[in-house]
Design a protein around this ligand. Sequence first.
Ligand code: UDX
Length: 436
Amino acid sequence: MKLKVSVIGTGYLGATHAACMSSLGFEVIGVDVDAAKIELLTAGRVPFYEPGLEDLLQKEIASGRLTFTTDLRAIADVDVHFICVGTPQQPNSLAADLTYVDAALDAVAANCKPGSLVVGKSTVPVGTAARLRERLLKINPKADLAWNPEFLREGFAVEDTLHPNRLVVGVTNDAAENKLKEIYASNLAENTPWVRADLPTSELVKVAANSFLATKISFINAMAEVCEAAGGDVTVLAKAIGYDPRIGSRFLQAGIGFGGGCLPKDIRAFMARAGELGADQALEFLREIDSINLRARQRVIELVRKDLSDNLAGKKIAVLGAAFKPDSDDVRDSPALDIAAQIAAAGAVVTIHDPKAIAPAKKRFPALGFSEDIEGALKGADLVLHLTEWKVYRELDPAKMAKLVANPIMIDGRNALDREAWIAAGWKFRALGRAN
Ligand code: UDX
């Protein structure tokens, strides 16, 4: 008999995890307090853009293995409960808000059967899992809790969930590990590396990985600042250092920096937690990583001013991209949208295009201008900003685009466009970290 699975919290992580677990043959119940979200998912619709997820969801619902509900009583005979709720940054501090995780644990503890395993997947401050386990055992002494961090990237969520590059399980005993081995049998058959850890280490693995990635991006953006000052080219520098396998070429794309629902909040929550533990000095460098990252946004705005004028009032600026990265409609802490909002606040007339993120961007900044087509955004523009590296922007014909704008000035905030092609078509081309 295959284990029965529940997924508590059906946001980005939970909806993807539920559909993927079902595709592995498990009977899965997705639970959320948001009735509207459950209704959408039940109808086979995904409330955000993630390539491949909606097709998979519909297939799994049709198979009869995957259902969604707001009623926690439905999890009474489930064997393994995955907690996938969000841990956003608190409004007035760097720390993570654990309200949803605590509520989910209480709800599961009150409804799960003895012998079942609760598995946390949310990103939490170290020490949370041990605290939640204690709480669970008080309410339901025959249940157990493990931690199993998730490393999925938006845009590759299905692939990363079905074929992760490693599985990390924080457990306190063999029985919990064995149950997780049953859940991840297909990955073990593919020889996916399996790391057994204690609870605190498993929680730390996630924030350490995201801190490393953030550091790599801010490192190359710091090099971009030096390249600009010295007349160098950061794209060539990144290529050259990336050939060293100890460094590696990935995550060395200089530009306007990282955003999204994970990297920024995770490094901040990590610093806050280290402070509580008396280890704040160890993570002091993350403060610098954060400020290099935020500085990249200001550097683009400086380039805009340099090319147009210190006074941006009335200048028409086209912004290509609003999502925090391509293949996503997520605008949480999006550097692109932040820059667009800042130049609009400085008086510029901004028109934003994005292949998928216009609706969420509009919801956040209703006063900004938006265009459903690229031509509409570029028409009459004094300057164009390329801020999210969608493939459609790389495929633009620079000569055709030059005819639309008032001034052919392109600032490539992602170092992703073919500079020579744009210059050949008559554009003044600027980019971060390259001689401007
Ligand atoms: C990240 C982690 O990669 C993932 O493992 C974790 O589970 C969640 O957080 P995600 O937020 O989907 O995933 O985005 P990621 O692909 O890591 O990109 C983060 C940000 O960094 C984006 O804004 C991206 O544009 C930026 N970035 C990435 C760069 O600026 N340069 C790079 O070289 C790479």
